[in-house]
Design a protein around this ligand. Sequence first.
Ligand code: PLP
Length: 449
Amino acid sequence: MPWPKTTTRDATGQLVIGGIPVPQLVAEFGTPLYIYDEATIRAQCGAYREALARHYPGPWRLVYAGKAYLSVGLLQLLAEEGMWLDVVSGGELQLALAAGFPPGRIILHGNNKSEDELRLALQARIGAVVVDNHYELDLLERLHRDTEQQLSVLVRVNPGVDAHTHAYRKTGHLDSKFGLLIETGDASRAVQRILGMPGLRLRGYHAHIGSQVFEVEPYALAVERLFDFAREMAAQFGVVPEEISPGGGLAIQYLPEDPVPDIDLFVRTVADTVQRAAREAGFPLPLLGLEPGRSIIGPAGIAVYRVGAIKEIPGVRRYVSVDGGMADNIRPALYQARYTAALANRDGPAVTRVTIVGKYCESGDVLVNDATLPEPRPGDLVAIAAAGAYCLAMASNYNLALRPAVILVREGQALLLQRRERIEDVLRREFGLHSSAATVAPVELPASP
Ligand SMILES: *Cc1c(COP(=O)(O)O)cnc(C)c1O
């Protein structure tokens, strides 16, 4: 089932996560509320670690793809788990540095890194930059000309592999904005340029084929393509990769009928392919980098909303409106993503088919198209499973929604990771026509009559 590992129901039918009834958390922190289960996060990290230890005799590293969901508290937890971190922007990098995440364990990605972002990466002495294009090499050439400091880089190649997922989640097919193409010679020219730049140290090759990928074969194919390319580079420039990464993207279960993605099988497939390809190429075993995002954090999080208006259209459908929606979870609107919903404040036979919609001014603001629930009533709490990845990370202030509070639960304790956004936070960056500083404050209103 797609719920966090510690999920149960208590005697009164309330949903319980991390040893705490969800309604109790809502009473303290309000709705919409995002709840992360620490045990699930640690278990997902552990599953990857154990699989790598079991199947890969060479060195390896696990890199959390922070764009799935990032917060200071989460990064501190992941640092304890020995994870590395992928960031894709200066903002993510600054948050990681503020969290005290070890800079040497941070890797910067992105298809259009700015000069400022690259400068920040150099100043912070991060672990590696994954070079995506020649423009980025131009910037690095200029920025890095006068320093002694060595910057480790990987070359992101486009492996031309179709990941069989939603078009917006594919990244490794030919027609993609990501990565250097092998066919056009762009990738080998990048290798040649890097080898000619004294400040850069070429560590190896990287690919990322997409996200929410259920099949493991595309990963084996991507690894083979990376090694084909590595062999060409060895022949042309005499350079042997110290590191190979087929990225991340392993799927998670959103619906009970979804297949359960197998972390062990995924790791074994990649590890076996790397070993075989390295043997065939006559290379020593490279460091194997894996970059899971969704499969670390997705299953650990749930979203909780309160039911408000219910609209019955006889013979058509019943709309159940909740107090959040596309401002905190745009995935259904963006990818036709589907979710599992349940009532969190009471249990009962699931007898009613409803459409759970958000409160924002878009007809596409649907959270779950076809949920089967006990007869919902205004005031009920609806929980959405597997809401840990790419929900809050894509949250917006659309309709001036304030971002939800986020808590971490562990063994009966709740820890606030991010407080609910306040109107003051939003007004802080407003300038009136007649003021030179942001002085706009919330209006004080009289107490209600
Ligand atoms: C997004 C991304 C990942 C992680 O993808 P998930 O589907 O969250 O596992 C890994 N590597 C790169 C380069 C990415 O862009």
